[in-house]
Design a protein around this ligand. Structure first.
Ligand code: AMP
Length: 129
């Protein structure tokens, strides 16, 4: 088994500048931009610039520099959004959908940062489509 990266996915096109995005922050290894269909007042996606498909792919194969930059970028975006608990923010949620059961739509690893409203409990208790 191997990870197969589809370089025609929409986030690859964003990284190549082929389609526009609403950038919040760009770093050496990452891009953070607003989700086109926000599910919360603040809904930002953080993606690595490298060709990683799923979270496990990134966690197992990315370099230490990429992983540190990714984690720091999430922290910086939370700071920029003013959502840090204990720093005048009301909190946030990170979501990383991976694969079929994770209902991942775009096959380029990304973390959703969602904030700006009460987000409810983590998952519905019953199975849903
Ligand atoms: P996921 O289901 O975790 O793969 O989430 C993919 C996310 O990408 C969804 O929340 C979409 O709204 C978002 N999305 C798709 N196309 C774009 C785009 N062109 N710009 C910003 N966000 C997008």
């Amino acid at each position: 088994m191997a990870y197969e990266y589809d370089d025609q996915n929409i986030f690859a096109k964003i990284l190549r500048g082929e389609i526009p995005n609403s950038t919040v922050l760009e770093t050496e290894h990452c891009l953070a931009f607003r989700d086109i269909t926000p599910l919360a007042p603040d809904h930002v996606l953080v993606i690595p610039k490298g060709p990683y498909v799923t979270y496990d792919h990134f966690a197992l194969e990315a370099s230490a520099a990429e992983i540190v930059d990714f984690t720091r970028t999430i922290g910086k975006v939370c700071d920029m959004l003013g959502v840090r608990p204990g720093f005048d923010g009301d909190g946030f949620r990170l979501i990383v959908n991976s694969g079929t059961n994770g209902v991942q739509e775009v096959p380029h690893m990304h973390t959703h940062i969602m904030a700006g409203r009460w987000l409810g409990h983590m998952l519905p208790s019953a199975k849903q489509d």
